[in-house]
Design a protein. Structure first.
Length: 110
């Protein structure tokens, strides 16, 4: 019975992680500028990777593989937001303006 619960929980986490990654990919294609694309991709990919790795850790049980997966998860949770920040900072220094409010104002023009 406990094995069934762990399998169900892990598959829910794996499926939710896949959905997050899919939504992030669609968001990266649909957003209007670099900064919104980067935000959509970075937030959903970080959460998607965390959910997928947690689901795989549940499948692995208590083993050395789980410890390795936890180390990978910790590494991803630190490096992914840092890489997104570095990319946004480099784009800002290169002169790409964020265009604040531009995407929200497009639908209100008459």
């Amino acid at each position: 019975m406990m094995e069934l619960v762990l399998d169900l929980a892990s598959w829910v986490l794996l499926s939710a992680g896949g959905v997050f990654v899919l939504i992030g990919g669609i968001g990266a294609l649909r957003m209007p500028n670099l900064y919104t694309r980067m935000h959509a991709a970075s937030v959903t990919d970080t959460m998607g990777a965390a959910l997928v790795l947690t689901g795989v850790m549940l499948q692995a049980g208590l083993s050395l593989a789980t410890i390795k997966l936890a180390a990978i998860l910790l590494f991803l949770l630190i490096t992914s937001p840092t890489a997104s920040y570095a990319l946004a900072n480099a784009a800002l220094l290169a002169g790409i303006k964020p265009d604040a409010g531009h995407a929200a104002d497009e639908g209100t023009e008459s």
